[in-house]
Design a protein around this ligand. Structure first.
Ligand SMILES: *Cc1c(COP(=O)(O)O)cnc(C)c1O
Length: 355
């Protein structure tokens, strides 16, 4: 027994409280960073969309046509990200599969940050391109990879993929420097903003800005923002979009409402960050770069025991273990949100200090 077996439990939620095994826990493991999953305006938008348009999308958008809510959400996302256009997918996972397989193929090269999300690796593998990982956030290793890809010659495309905010470590990619390197080597840069949108404002634009509707936007779905011709190409090439049923109208409506609130109330993201800083300060960790704070425990069993201990204290703080994270780096991954009260963050810090 190495403490790696995955199990699931029944969980009901009214963020940030969850009920698990009959017990109510305060969750520090949900990605509803802005506290919008239960916001009345988000719920009303979803409910109204269901009443007007029905429960499901009924077909791929290329079969039955566009739902107006999808186009509206795409335009709003593109605008929010400072990009020309956007296209939606069923999930963030499908967005990464679609963008990489849509743009890359045999003869091309994909360079991935070593700690990038599993679906970026899945996309790279499925594309048939050569792929190689570079050391996490290591610009020199990336530069070596880019030079090697170019030295192999040929007209192959090169794509570099990373995360704006790393999902399990909470640190950020050096995007400005990466962008400059990619430009110098005529490579695409894909930045997965699953954990940045609405919380950590990105000052750097990248040619391929991908993200999910399922975290800060409290809904379901994925998106890729890019230049118009690139989005047109993806609509024609991304199999994970073309051959999959469109987002349900309710998901698009909820995400659209959540995006408006996120833009109108930037204090929500600021509150999530302030809670993360408060916690890190209280337990003596470095100031965090985002709302995600890992408490490193190393051994998978130690991480499981710590999670159990916190559950006894009334907190949901799940242990993240290999293969989600590298061997020997099992941890509690704590996600702070706008919905957490300062007193609860302090109480959690006291319990974590006592571990
Ligand atoms: C959650 C996540 C995804 C997948 O998004 P879904 O909408 O949940 O499929 C992709 N990339 C990163 C970095 C994520 O954390």
């Amino acid at each position: 027994m190495r403490g790696l077996r995955q199990t699931t439990r029944v969980m009901a939620s009214a963020a940030p409280l969850v009920t698990r095994d009959g017990r109510t826990l305060l969750s520090f493991s949900c990605n509803d960073y802005l506290g919008l999953a239960t916001h009345p305006a988000v719920l009303a938008a979803a409910t109204e969309a269901i009443a007007r348009y029905g429960a499901g999308a009924r077909a791929s958008r290329f079969v039955t046509g566009e739902h107006p809510l999808l186009g509206a959400l795409e335009a709003r996302l593109a605008h929010a990200k400072g990009m020309a256009a956007a296209t939606l997918f069923g999930t963030g996972y499908l967005a990464n599969l679609g963008v990489i397989t849509g743009l890359m193929g045999p003869g091309d090269t994909v360079l991935l940050d070593g700690l990038a999300h599993s679906c970026l690796f899945a996309g790279a593998r499925a594309s048939g391109a050569r792929f190689r990982r570079f050391r996490h956030n290591d610009l020199e290793d990336l530069a070596d990879g880019l030079r090697a890809a170019r030295a192999r010659g040929g007209a192959g495309h090169v794509l570099v993929a990373t995360e704006t905010v790393f999902s399990m470590d909470g640190d950020r990619a050096p995007l400005a420097a990466m962008r400059a390197l990619c430009d110098a080597h005529d490579a695409w840069l894909l930045a997965d903003d699953a954990h940045g949108l609405g919380v950590v404002a990105g000052a750097v634009t990248v040619p391929l800005a991908m993200g999910t509707l399922s975290k800060a936007l409290a809904s379901q779905g994925g998106y890729v923002c890019a230049a118009e011709p690139v989005v047109r190409l993806l609509r024609n090439r991304a199999a994970s979009q073309i051959y999959s049923t469109a987002l349900p109208p309710a998901s698009a409506a909820a995400a659209l409402a959540a995006l408006e609130i996120a833009l109108a109330e930037p204090e929500r993201g600021a509150r999530a960050l302030a809670n993360a800083r408060l916690f890190a300060d209280a337990v003596g960790l470095e100031p965090p770069q985002s709302q995600i704070v890992p408490v490193m425990l190393g051994d998978a069993r130690a991480a499981m025991a710590a999670a159990e201990r916190l559950a006894e204290e009334g907190f949901l703080a799940v242990a993240i273990r290999p293969p989600t994270v590298p061997e020997g780096t099992a941890r509690l991954r704590l996600a702070f949100t706008a919905a957490h009260a300062e007193a609860d963050v302090r109480r959690l810090a006291n319990c974590v200090r006592a571990l």
